[in-house]
Design a protein around this ligand. Structure first.
Ligand SMILES: [Zn+2]
Ligand SMILES: [Zn+2]
Length: 325
């Protein structure tokens, strides 16, 4: 039986599993509107996940064919993966911020080998040793890869505006950082249990109760603009705290109430980390060298290959924030 939870006030959630991933599941929210249920995120594109979503919707008294619209917090496959299947089943629209929609368009039109070539050049520039870069040059080049054919959205989520959800007040809050087009969605309605604060916030991956989201680079083979994703993220956190939502409904883990306190913890965490890195950077380091010396959830020697690439992007994001790149 799918795990469905009723949050009250016409909002339910379904725990959709993410296969082989320590995060475990994505919380897909089902928001009732006058025109039918609208989903906030959809989950990973996998038969088991799809089965769980369909069962969960049945437990909510609806089904994939009844969905009116899909609101996507950001383009990552654990959020946007099943959007295409939901649209195929129901004719629902899919809405996404323009910056993430651009990534989806690029992913759909860029051949994987272009991506491997781009990453090999990037890693070399970041100081990665040849034995780390070589596999990208010799990798099997499949014509399709998971996440390389995400569904193209039909609607744009415009920051600051209410979404077209008949009977509901759901406002888009642009929160770049984790991705350039990440949005949180503020349900500007009284909390169903009258908790103090202003409505409820669907926070995607931006604000999670027990983990810090990955802040790397907005990787784009076609754009050489030097962006500052960590700076964007910290500014976006402040923006969310100012909303003072009564409850936060994140896309992973569990709901929580004191958004301002959680934002404070995350800001302190990043401040401390930046201070530590400044000490390390008394000697100039490449992003690779910095990643080797940063604190991760396990020693560098035990970090698997794909996670090392993510770690290097995170090191480079910190170098940019500190003005070293
Ligand atoms: Zn994400
Ligand atoms: Zn996620």
């Amino acid at each position: 039986m799918a795990q469905m939870y009723d949050h009250g006030g016409g909002v339910k959630s379904i725990r959709v599993p993410i296969p082989d991933n320590p995060l475990g599941h994505t919380l897909v929210y089902v928001v009732d509107t006058d025109r039918g249920p609208v989903l906030v995120d959809t989950g990973w594109d996998d038969p088991t996940s799809w089965g769980t979503l369909a069962e969960g919707l049945a437990a909510c008294g609806t089904g994939p064919g009844e969905i009116h619209g899909v609101v996507i917090t950001h383009h990552h496959p654990d959020h946007h993966g099943l959007s295409g299947k939901v649209r195929d089943a129901s004719g629902a629209w899919i809405a996404m911020h323009a910056a993430d929609a651009a990534i989806v368009r690029r992913t759909r039109t860029t051949r994987p080998d272009r991506w491997f070539t781009y990453m090999a050049a990037k890693l070399t520039a970041a100081g990665a040793p040849e034995d780390h870069v070589a596999p990208l040059r010799t990798a099997r080049r499949p014509s399709t890869m998971p996440g390389f054919t995400p569904a193209a959205p039909d609607r744009e989520i415009v920051p600051g505006e209410l979404l077209d959800l008949p009977g509901r007040r759901l406002r888009a809050i642009w929160t770049p950082g984790h991705t350039p087009g990440h949005v949180c969605l503020h349900l500007e309605e009284e909390h169903p249990a009258q908790l103090p604060g202003h409505g409820r916030l669907f926070s995607g991956d931006h604000l999670l109760p027990g983990i810090t989201p990955h802040i790397g680079l907005y990787e784009d083979p076609d754009d050489t603009t030097v962006t500052d994703p960590l700076g964007d993220y910290l500014a976006s956190l402040e923006r969310i705290a100012a909303l003072t939502p009564a409850e936060v409904l994140p896309a992973h883990q569990h709901t929580f109430t004191d958004a301002r306190a959680r934002v404070g913890e995350l800001l302190t965490h990043h401040e401390d980390r930046l201070t530590d890195l400044l000490t390390l950077l008394a000697t100039p380091l490449t992003p690779w060298q910095l990643a080797e010396r940063m604190e991760w959830n396990r020693p560098w020697s035990q970090i698997p290959y794909p996670s090392r690439n993510i770690a290097i992007a995170e090191a480079e994001a910190h170098l940019r924030r500190l003005g070293f790149v």
